[in-house]
Design a binder for this molecule. Sequence first.
Ligand code: ASP
Ligand code: MG
Length: 425
Amino acid sequence: MGIVVQKYGGSSVADAESIKRVARRIVETKKAGNQVVVVVSAMGDTTDELIDLANEVSPLPAARELDMLLTAGERISMAVLAMAINDLGHEARSFTGSQAGVITDAEHGRAKIIDVTPGRIEAALADGAIAIVAGFQGVSQTTKDITTLGRGGSDTTAVALAVALRADVCEIYSDVDGIFSADPRIEPRARKVDRISYEETLEMAAQGAKILHLRCVEYARRYDMPIHVRSSFSEKEGTWVVKAEDVTKDGTMEAAIITGVAHDRSQAKITVVGVPDKPGEAAAIFRAVADAAINIDMIVQNVSAAATSLTDVSFTLPRGEGQTAMSALDKLKATVGYESLQYDDSVGKVSIVGAGMSSSPGISARFFEALSDAGVNIEMISTSEIRVSVVVAESQVEDAVRAAHAAFDLGSDEVEAVVYGGTGR
Ligand code: ASP
Ligand code: MG
């Protein structure tokens, strides 16, 4: 008998009807001969509503109390889901993250899992019960306080439990049928990817594709836990996230050159204009940004104009940090001696990702030609071994996604993608 860990996102358990539907699905999995552990997210938009509530009560809620509040969302789902399963004649027992043995550090709001000791889950399974675990939460090893893993953290709970229980698979259910070659809301011909490597999934997720929590993929890769991303609204086979060697195992094809196109509208661009071209200037600029605890992404430094020996340095960063970065840089104006700062938050990033690109020449050229044919201007470029990303005007993101998708023949002949719930989670 194998162990299956299933995780249901907020859109799959949004109301009483959905909870009963999910309960039937869980019971089917059990009846098929599996031991089943289920991780649930908070119902629908509960987490956002709880955050709003906290902010109405207090302008700066204490991190410990905010975690206590937010974990209540998942506790509601786990209890009602267990009730629904019990009504179908199967025993279900719900557990908080702490009861399930999810041990974390003490960083409220972004705790890291340091150990999983799922004794009570194993005992429930041994008794023939279905175990339901509240996602996105744990307990600090040092303070014994309740912690949360950060938004979207239930995916990570599920993978961590799957690893600790030596499960056969971790199934992640949302309201889309799997991972698509592009966001189906932009490219209706997006194709469902049958198999994708951990590395490609990490790149897709890091480049803005809202498929899986980045940390959960890192965790799965580290312990080689296969993830099956699928919809709770259909019976269709979803996307398998597996190690690179296993991507082509059952197929006849070689690894696809390009697996998908990701886009991200959450970034802004800062340009430091007229930086003196001498050692130490870039260091000073990025030290200031780093000291403000801002994560930057792409960096471009232009060749300095011979006449002035001044150069422009541009970089991208999360939009939410734009003003902090601008004021940190403002303080450097006299010491660095740059001319001015420019801030642009109407930019977007479009990336092509594929493990096969490292061994095929001409991928960037094909990508850039497609963008040029679509009239899209490239503002910045960055690459990794399996990715090429460009920054473009935000108004051109959708054109760029469609152009890239077409250039690499990623489209399917039929419309495959169905978004059942509407949130994509
Ligand atoms: N309910 C939490 C959130 O909305 C955790 C999760 O859904 O994974 O972020
Ligand atoms: Mg959620």
